[in-house]
Design a protein around this ligand. Structure first.
Ligand SMILES: [Ca+2]
Length: 133
């Protein structure tokens, strides 16, 4: 019983920590990216810095009117031509990222459940993306 109560207290503490966490950038990223089925685009390499997330099935033909919203390096910068890494947390749908607006230019597939430092021809050069059905 006593051990059980202690465990319950630890769990309650953990829950409180999780609930309190959204003020922290890393926790926000955990919610919007790592614990989601979303596509996340990051200002920095290795999924670092400010980021923006897109829900499954919602394409964006022009990332030049999006800004990195979350706190971190690059916050407020334009997403178009500034994305350095990307993570596709969707377990069933790939995404295609393109260097031009309206899915033009060089386009490359980011597989489901995969992440990238963008290849040299895409880094700081992505302007649109779409989900693969
Ligand atoms: Ca847009």
């Amino acid at each position: 019983m006593r051990a059980g109560k202690k465990l319950a207290a630890v769990l309650a503490s953990a829950v409180a920590t999780v609930i309190a966490a959204p003020a922290q950038p890393a926790a926000a990223a955990a919610y919007n990216c790592f614990l989601s089925q979303n596509l996340c685009l990051f200002y920095g390499t290795f999924n670092q810095g400010s980021y923006v997330f897109f829900t499954p099935g919602v394409n964006d033909a022009n990332l030049n009117d999006n800004t990195f919203a979350e706190s971190g390096s690059g916050q407020g910068q334009t997403v178009g031509n500034n994305t350095r890494s990307a993570s596709n947390y969707n377990s069933s749908h790939a995404v295609v990222l393109c260097t031009g607006v309206n899915y033009s230019g060089i386009c490359r597939i980011l597989a489901a459940s995969d992440d990238w430092n963008l290849p040299s021809d895409l880094t700081r050069n992505v302007e649109s993306f779409y989900w693969v059905a």
